[in-house]
Design a protein around this ligand. Structure first.
Ligand code: AMP
Ligand code: DBH
Length: 538
């Protein structure tokens, strides 16, 4: 099956990636079958008291694949999957891989606007969710999105406990399709985005499995590894860096956690003898403080990963000492490129850099505003191309023309420098996005929502410094009449059905925006303004 709405690698690149052994021509289903054959009786997944061996996992995925096939899901169909960290997430995902249907990986925090958009943009035929989770009713959400998603034929919920999807029993003789080719798209991953509408990221079996295998190797995973999945399992970091898929590659165990607070996570780490945990920076001081109080709770930990947002070097130094485990920085993106500090890197590299790319064939360019290479060691825009970095977003021709160079480099929007030792250091960001402790907010998307309010003349969303999350969002608003209050605007944005983390943390009313020489809103001046106000108030 081919997709008109993807940008493939040019033939010469694809041939080189195959020739070098990066792309093995293996689909997720084939790769998984190999793991099951090798590790059948080992434990793949733990959810509370439930333990799935690789064999049980495979049987559940197979059963789910038959039931989904009986429902009419066929190769190439898109299915929006929005599940908490539970075994059903993996059964459904691997069932779709087996069929050759494409999961669209939504996050539990997404709401009507995001899910509705994913369903429409991907032309999804099905939506899979938990009925309820974390106090939110996904049944109501499903009813709302159904009205505006003409392609949606099935809404499927997990059974209580999220151990399976409630599906009609398939006739045992339902035949599964032959399975997808490794060069085809395996799933659509989400971008944090910087534009008005979220972008979908088409990842192929070949390219993603390469990044998963190498990540598992770089992170030293073995069949002894026990990984705590405390961040959302569908997020690219928790899925593949090395994440659950990296653990499956090695034959290890994934322990599913419903959250990342020490109260939830520490007992699991103790009970399951967790060896690897992946964190975002805001969790680090919280975990360090809790670890100080509960001596021994983290005794089994061997590797603590930190990534997703800027990690302060002073905090990194505390983390390097405080967990009694190796620290690793991870700088990645769902579009592809992932960088790790290596397990044998010297301490100063682990503390002060974001590591180096997975692949010797990850091409890195650091350029100025005119795409000219900067001096060695200088800060510039990071562009990248390689064996697992997409050449274009899904069905987004106009945006792709801006987000990629003519020769196929992805414009990451990150500002970085390269150390003499060859590591990247993230120094800032050029994209119009707020990174709220690892959760990305595209400014334009929220500005659109504010502008829909009749009392808003203009709106600009910027990052403001925050001691806990690194950044929070501040909306600068010019009001008309009748003038809304800040609380009205917050309610208004939330009422449009967006993920809670995207709702502005603060609203500042102004009469006019500072402008750049070319007449654009000067967001740098706004960021400085709010930073100064916060500093003065502290
Ligand atoms: P996305 O493209 O939505 O997957 O988000 C990836 C972005 O997260 C990167 O382009 C960076 O802006 C940010 N990011 C991820 N890891 C780190 C890190 N370790 N340090 C700083 N920023 C990071
Ligand atoms: O922030 C990210 O998107 C991210 C962070 C670390 C990521 O996609 C990854 C590792 O793979």
């Amino acid at each position: 099956m081919t997709f008109a709405n993807r940008t493939p690698w040019p033939d010469a690149f694809a041939a080189a990636y195959r020739q070098k052994g990066y792309w093995l021509g293996q689909s997720f289903a084939q790769w998984f079958d190999e793991r099951v054959a090798r590790h059948g009786e080992r434990i793949a997944l733990v959810q509370g008291d439930l333990r799935w061996s690789y064999r049980t996992f495979a049987a559940e995925a197979e059963r789910t694949a038959r039931a989904l096939t009986a429902c009419g899901i066929v190769p190439g169909d898109r299915v929006v999957v929005q599940l908490p960290n539970c075994v059903a997430f993996f059964a459904v995902t691997f069932a779709l891989f087996r069929i050759g249907a494409l999961p669209v990986f939504a996050l539990p925090a997404h709401r009507r606007r995001e899910i509705g958009y994913f369903c429409q943009h991907a032309g999804a035929v099905a939506y899979v969710a938990a009925e309820q989770h974390d106090g939110f009713d996904y049944r109501a959400l499903a009813t709302e999105i159904r009205a505006d998603a003409p392609t949606l034929r099935h809404v499927l919920f997990t059974a209580p406990g999220n151990t399976s999807v409630a599906l009609p029993d398939a006739m045992p003789d339902v035949a599964l399709p032959p399975g997808p080719g490794a060069h085809e798209i395996a799933f659509l991953q989400l971008s944090g985005g910087s534009t008005g509408t979220p972008k979908l990221i088409p990842r192929t079996h070949d390219d993603y499995l390469y990044s998963v295998r190498e990540s598992a190797r770089i992170c030293g995973l073995t069949e002894r590894s026990v990984y705590l999945a405390a961040l959302p399992a569908a997020h690219n970091y928790a899925l593949s860096s090395p994440g659950s898929l990296g653990v499956f590659d090695a034959g290890g165990t994934v322990v599913l956690s419903d959250g990342a607070s020490p109260d939830t996570a520490f007992p699991m780490i103790e009970r399951e003898r967790v060896t690897v945990a992946a964190l975002v920076p805001p969790l680090v001081p919280v975990w360090l403080a809790a670890a100080g109080q509960r001596r021994g709770a983290l005794a089994s930990l061997e590797l603590v990963q930190v990534g997703g947002a800027r990690f302060d070097p002073a905090l990194a130094a505390r983390a390097a000492d405080g967990f009694g485990a190796q620290l690793q920085q991870v700088f990645g993106m769902a579009e592809g490129l992932v960088n790790y500090t290596r397990l044998d890197d010297p301490r100063d590299v682990v503390i002060a850099t974001q590591g180096h790319p997975i692949s010797p064939d990850d091409e890195i360019r650091i350029v100025d505003d005119d795409d000219r290479p900067v001096e060695p060691g200088a800060v510039g825009h990071l562009l990248t191309r390689g064996p697992y970095t997409i050449r274009g977003y899904y069905d987004a021709a106009a945006h792709n023309a801006r987000a990629f160079t003519a020769d196929g480099f992805y414009r990451t929007g990150d500002r970085v420098r390269l150390t003499a030792g060859g590591q990247l250091v993230v120094e800032g960001r050029a994209k119009d996005q707020i990174n709220r402790g690892g959760e990305k907010i595209p400014a334009e998307e929220i500005e659109h929502l504010l502008l829909a309010h009749p009392g808003v003349v203009d709106a600009a969303l910027v990052a403001m410094p925050d001691p806990y999350l690194g950044e929070r969002s501040c909306a600068y608003v010019i009001r008309g009449a009748p003038a809304p209050a800040a609380a009205d605007l917050v309610r208004f944005v939330r009422g449009q059905g967006v993920a809670a983390y995207k709702v502005p943390d603060r609203i500042e009313f102004v009469d006019a925006f500072p402008k750049t020489p070319v007449g654009k809103i000067d967001k740098r001046a706004l960021r400085q303004h709010i930073a100064d106000r916060l500093a003065a108030a502290a």
